[in-house]
Design a protein. Structure first.
Lengths: 152, 371
């Protein structure tokens, strides 16, 4: 199934989703308020079954943050990319860790590296950074560490 | 935050395994809640070897950043470099010479054998058998010698570069690989005699660390760890790269979902790797080994994603480019990170002693998890 057919199929299920060109796969942009209900549809709808969340990450665009979810269906072998834009000052989005269990660790990583607050996440705390880490989030573009310089 | 030592209100004991523990093979820290000897919860604490490779790559050029990836999963460094080369070639639409494609796949499979060798020896040692470690390292040494002669390095190769290979293969390469393969074929059966058929070993592996196919997918597991649960996830088959679509090999699947199934997947996979190398080694085409590229590489504005099958599973490289000489954002989706997240589900209800077998069959490489 090519991108266009998949787009037609998904637009029926996700009415307010917007589509973006580029990349290998269909890019879908959803509103962060809608993400949780849309995620459940993508996972459970019998004609899609996106059961494999193979990449979850975030991008800092300086004006806003973008959450990026790469999803795959192990039954139909479709791949899609779902994105959601978040406010840079108070980034928050619903967790999907109860839908895809891998999101638990990946969201914790995004939480500490980008400062995104995952609402209703059961265990949202530092994973990689040391206990007691205070200050800015390392993968934000405005992060500067004066002691351990990593600029080359 | 869980208390890291002592007892809980229910009278359960909390103990720490690692970060300095021989069975974690690196600096992995597990906080384990125990009821008697039964595991109630396993909580990994990561980051002891976190180097922020993703942040570092934001200030490295497209030629430089693949060198850092050799230090992620250091046992699959060729395959990591291959992923980085593929994504740059995809962005710049560079056609790689056939010779380089053949050599890349041969090296990938040699790397996979070497990695599984180390896993086999170390895992047997975790379970108390010391001899297999020496057997495994004896064969792995031959692969390291081939790598050293060809690439100049034994562990962090950096030989696969955007456009092809850094230099042509050594004149001895084909002969030495063939010598190794003929020697190695007799050794794999020896492994079965030494370990696989051993009744004590089987008792410690069978029925231990079960994970269902559904859970394995939900946890984002990949590679031999997921194929032990019958998940069809070999990237070489599903999304072929290089010349994997031109070689004959089987995707190894086991359905039991326990430690022994994951063990058997890797053992059988080594035989498949041998077969792939045999198909290619006599047919390496003559010609260029490196395509002509510009001195300064700039990926066009946009997003790129490639996925390859490392010895541990699916490595994804995600690049967001703004058209500059360095990536705007880069994400490495490492197989170990997702595989480790399933450990808690896998271990609950098991005995503490079996945890070592589970960690062994997940084949964790800590720098790959922490990045």
């Amino acid at each position: 199934m090519d991108k266009e057919e998949l787009k037609i199929k998904i637009s029926k299920l996700l009415p307010t989703a917007v589509y973006e060109d580029g990349g290998d796969w269909l890019n879908i942009i959803v509103d962060s308020n809608k993400w949780l209900s849309y995620a459940a549809i993508l996972k459970n709808d019998g004609s899609l079954l996106f059961d494999y969340l193979f990449c979850l990450t975030c991008i800092d665009w300086k004006t806003h943050l973008t959450m990026v979810y790469h999803l795959s269906s192990t039954k139909y072998r479709y791949n899609i990319v779902v994105k959601s834009n978040l406010d840079i000052n108070t980034p928050k989005i619903e967790t999907v860790s109860q839908i895809w269990q891998t999101a638990n660790f990946h969201e914790r990583e995004v939480y500490e590296m980008f400062g995104v607050n995952f609402l209703n996440h059961k265990d949202l705390r530092l994973l990689i950074l040391p206990d007691g880490w205070e200050g800015k989030n390392p993968l934000r573009k405005d992060f500067e560490d004066l002691i351990n310089m990593i600029k080359l | 935050m869980t208390e890291e030592i002592g007892t809980t209100a229910d009278g359960d004991l909390i103990i720490n395994v690692g970060p300095q523990h021989p069975a974690t093979h690196g600096v992995l820290h597990l906080v384990i809640t125990l009821n008697g000897e039964t595991i109630k919860k396993v909580e990994p604490h990561l980051g002891y070897i976190h180097r922020s490779i993703e942040k570092m790559c934001e200030s490295l050029t497209y030629r430089q950043f693949s060198y850092v990836t050799s230090r992620m999963d250091y046992l699959s460094s060729h395959i990591n470099n291959h992923a980085c080369a593929l994504i740059v070639e995809k962005g710049l639409q560079v056609e790689v010479p056939a010779r380089a494609k053949y050599v890349r796949v041969i090296l990938d499979e040699l790397t996979r054998i070497a990695s599984h060798e180390l896993w086999w020896g170390a895992m047997a040692m975790d379970l108390g058998a010391f001899t297999p470690f020496f057997h495994a390292f004896r064969e792995r040494e031959s692969i390291n010698d081939i790598m050293e002669e060809t690439c100049g390095a034994r562990l962090t190769m950096n030989y696969i570069v955007p456009g092809g290979l850094m230099q042509d293969i050594h004149p001895n390469f084909q002969k030495r690989v063939k010598d190794f393969i003929s020697l190695y074929k007799s050794k794999i059966d020896e492994y079965d005699e030494l370990v696989t058929g051993n009744i004590i070993f089987q008792n410690r592996m069978k029925g231990v660390g079960f994970i269902s196919a559904e859970d394995a997918i939900s946890f984002g597991m990949s590679g031999p760890a997921a194929r032990g649960s019958g998940v069809n996830c070999d990237i070489r088959k599903l999304y072929p790269y290089g010349i994997y679509n031109q070689v004959q090999f089987d995707q190894v699947l086991e359905t039991a979902g326990d430690s022994f199934a994951r063990y058997m997947v890797r053992i059988r996979e080594m035989k498949q790797s041998v077969s792939i190398i045999e198909q290619l080694i006599d047919n390496i085409p003559e010609g260029e080994f490196l395509a002509k590229t510009k001195v300064v590489l700039k990926l066009p504005k946009g997003e790129f994603y490639t996925r390859v099958e490392t010895a541990r599973g699916e490595l994804g490289v995600y690049i967001v480019s703004e058209g500059a000489t360095t990536p705007y954002r880069i994400k490495f989706r490492s197989p170990g990170f997702s595989n480790l997240s399933a450990l808690d589900t896998m271990a609950r209800g098991s005995k503490l002693g079996d945890l070592v077998a589970m960690m062994g069959t997940l084949d964790l490489v800590i720098p790959d998890i922490d990045r």
